[in-house]
Design a protein around this ligand. Structure first.
Ligand code: GCW
Length: 635
């Protein structure tokens, strides 16, 4: 049997991501439309370099149903026709052809794809000094000091990788934004990046600091109703668009975690967002205004975004999109969906997912996130939102993302932003065939085994970190290990795990029911009713919404305490199982890659035990109950 290691393509090069491999002396016949463009040239070049099938003819057509970026692929007798309304549509079609070729899939009679969202955006939390907030894969890929004179070859590779999965927008800098990014010097650097991205159909956006007029030009105020402030943003927008005619717009974190915002001047989020949106409007730009707000004074942090934003429904201009994290607290391994979705029918809303694993074991743990994002879409109708954003996990590590499997999350984000109906399994399969199994003759059962590991991985993390609706048991600051006992005197209560787990001798969980904080009341009635009743509330959200006695009887017959212990145990067992099953893959992958993943899985097992032992020993001090016999007692 031809195994990976005997195939030429088998040497794993993590820097290549899922990009098509060039074929030496390739003889592909590719016909491009007459009205050529830089984007069509890219599509042609990609196919010429890697396509080994029948001649491809690309055509620009006018078909409203394809939207801006859709395409049709029709294999004929002696050629494949690729049609689209736009050059980016052709580029996406070209990448789809190449992905199918790599996966060894034959073309069906017709492939017709129209992305579900026009805006599919990565958010970089990259600082101008090249550190990355919550980044675990090296330094920022943007080398600001060298720009615009020196252009790292990685900018283009990054743009290709994004275009290949349909991502068409990039916010370059951290939402905790330095105003300097809007200074003339930096804007020239941004322009250089935008010029590289343009042929790949990718627009550049910037995170803007609301106080930039004060910080950059010493204006006395940043009040959004002040005439000077309004003029400042208008002038800034014109300056940007002179350099970058297709600039996408601003992402704004305002009045959140110490960032300035309109509320500092007794103005609303809508007034702040609209002022900036009006500056961008004549140029076609948008504002993505984040709804991630909370304060130490809140009785229940999970309620805050809804309380502040829901009453503003209908007040935002049409080029503002309110960007809402998938859950109401903060990218926890599991959260119910944020009740703001569906609660602002007259406002464009978009979801913000986190691709970087701030709360999922950083770049040490294998946690495939497609199932988490699919879970969100099982509650929130994909059609009810306008766009999708993901906080990037990209850095300057050789393989871009640290953990080789973390690449799959970047890939899956792009694919789900294109089509949220794709399954996690199919996306994993696609990714594997183009990356770690590329060029290898891997038996179907091995591929199935790895897909299975990926599909179970996020649930395993939930189990060993914080099952049954527990959340934010993380160590202070770095958010890596467990610290449910953490209590810093004088510290913000909403930054302490005890705020979230509320464990005491009587029981555990945050009472958000109608008798408690009534966060449940922010959800639609039929769902709220179900969540409000602990017997009907899905077990995975039980302690998110209820404070229950340790010996509470679950519908399964188990007590809450026993079940909690078994979840932690299951997380450890699953993780050990991943490590054991990964051994089966050894003959089919590059030895260096095998070792790298094996090493990380060992770390993950160690951490899973640490989480289980730490949390259970701590909770046992409060529950005073014995561990069930069928778990390995924590030490
Ligand atoms: O999850 C928290 C992170 C912060 C982050 C913030 C946000 C960019 O711990 O690092 O800041 O969310 O989303 O604004």
């Amino acid at each position: 049997m031809l195994t990976c290691m005997s195939a030429k393509a088998s040497v794993y090069d993590g820097s290549r991501l899922w990009l098509p491999q060039p074929v030496e002396n390739n003889a592909a016949v590719i016909k491009a439309p007459k009205s050529s463009s830089a984007t069509i040239n890219v599509a042609t070049a990609e196919l010429r370099s890697s396509w080994t099938g029948a001649p491809v003819e690309m055509k620009l057509i006018k078909d409203k149903s394809l939207g801006r970026d859709g395409f049709i692929i029709t294999p004929g007798k002696d050629k494949v026709t690729l049609t689209a309304n736009s050059a980016p549509g052709l580029l996406y079609g070209a990448y789809r052809l190449l992905a199918m070729q790599t996966a060894g899939k034959s073309l069906p009679n017709e492939i017709r794809e129209v992305p579900s969202y026009d805006l599919r955006i990565l958010n970089h939390w990259d600082n101008l000094d090249r550190t990355i907030e919550r980044g675990y894969s090296g330094s920022s890929i943007w080398v600001w000091d060298e720009l615009p004179a020196t252009i790292s070859p990685r900018y283009k590779e990054y743009a290709r990788a994004n275009a290949a999965v349909g991502i068409n927008g990039v916010v370059l800098n951290n939402v905790n934004a330095s105003s300097s990014i809007l200074s003339a010097g930096y804007l020239h650097k941004v322009k250089a990046i935008a010029d590289i991205f343009r042929p790949y159909g990718i627009k550049v956006y910037l995170s803007a600091n609301f106080a930039a007029p004060m910080q950059l030009d010493s204006l006395p105020t940043a009040d959004p109703l002040d005439r000077q402030v309004i003029k400042w943003w208008k002038d800034k927008a014109s300056e940007i668009y002179r350099l970058i005619p297709d600039f996408g717009g601003f992402l704004v974190k305002a009045n959140s975690e110490g960032q300035p915002g309109p509320c500092d001047f007794d103005r609303s989020h809508a007034q702040g967002a609209n002022m900036m949106a009006r500056a961008l409007k004549p140029h076609g730009g948008i504002v993505m205004w984040r709804a991630f707000v909370y304060s130490p004074a809140d009785a229940d942090r999970a309620k805050q975004a809804y309380i502040e934003f829901q009453p503003l429904d209908g007040q935002f201009d049409d080029n503002v999109i309110v960007q809402i994290k998938n859950g109401p607290v903060d990218f926890q391994p599991r959260e119910p969906y944020s009740p703001l979705f569906g609660a602002m029918p007259s406002t464009d809303c978009m979801v913000e997912f986190q691709i970087t694993q701030e709360y999922l074991g950083h770049s040490n743990h294998l946690a495939y996130l497609a199932p988490m994002w699919k879970e969100f879409f099982s509650y929130v109708n994909p059609k009810s939102i306008k766009a999708v954003a993901g906080v990037a996990n990209v850095g300057d590590d050789t393989n871009w993302t640290g953990h080789p499997f973390a690449q799959a999350n970047w890939y899956a984000f792009g694919r789900l932003a294109w089509n949220p109906a794709l399954t996690g399994e199919d996306i994993a399969d696609e990714w594997l065939s183009q990356t770690i199994f590329n060029g290898c003759n891997v038996p179907a059962e091995i591929t199935a085994e790895v897909i299975d590991i990926m599909m179970r991985s996020r649930e395993a993390v939930v189990d060993y970190m914080m099952p049954m609706g527990l959340h934010h048991l993380f160590a202070f600051g770095h958010h890596y290990g467990p610290e449910p006992w953490c209590a810093i005197e004088g510290g913000r209560p909403d930054w302490m795990p005890s705020y979230y787990h509320r464990a005491d001798s009587a029981g555990i969980g945050f009472d958000r029911s109608s008798k408690g904080s009534n966060a449940i009341g922010q959800y639609p009635d039929n769902l709220a009713k179900r969540l409000d009743n602990p017997a009907l509330c899905p077990e995975e959200f039980l302690l998110w919404f209820h404070h229950l006695p340790w010996e509470y009887q679950l519908p399964s017959g188990d007590t809450l305490w026993d079940s909690l212990c078994r979840h932690y145990e299951r997380g450890v067992v699953e993780t050990r199982d991943f490590q054991r099953r990964w051994e089966h893959v050894q003959p089919y992958v590059d030895p260096a890659l095998f070792d790298d993943i094996q090493r990380r899985l060992k770390t993950q097992v160690r951490d899973a035990i640490w989480w289980k032992d730490g949390c259970l020993l701590y909770f046992q001090e409060l529950s005073r109950l014995p561990f069930p016999d069928d778990i390995t007692p924590p030490v």
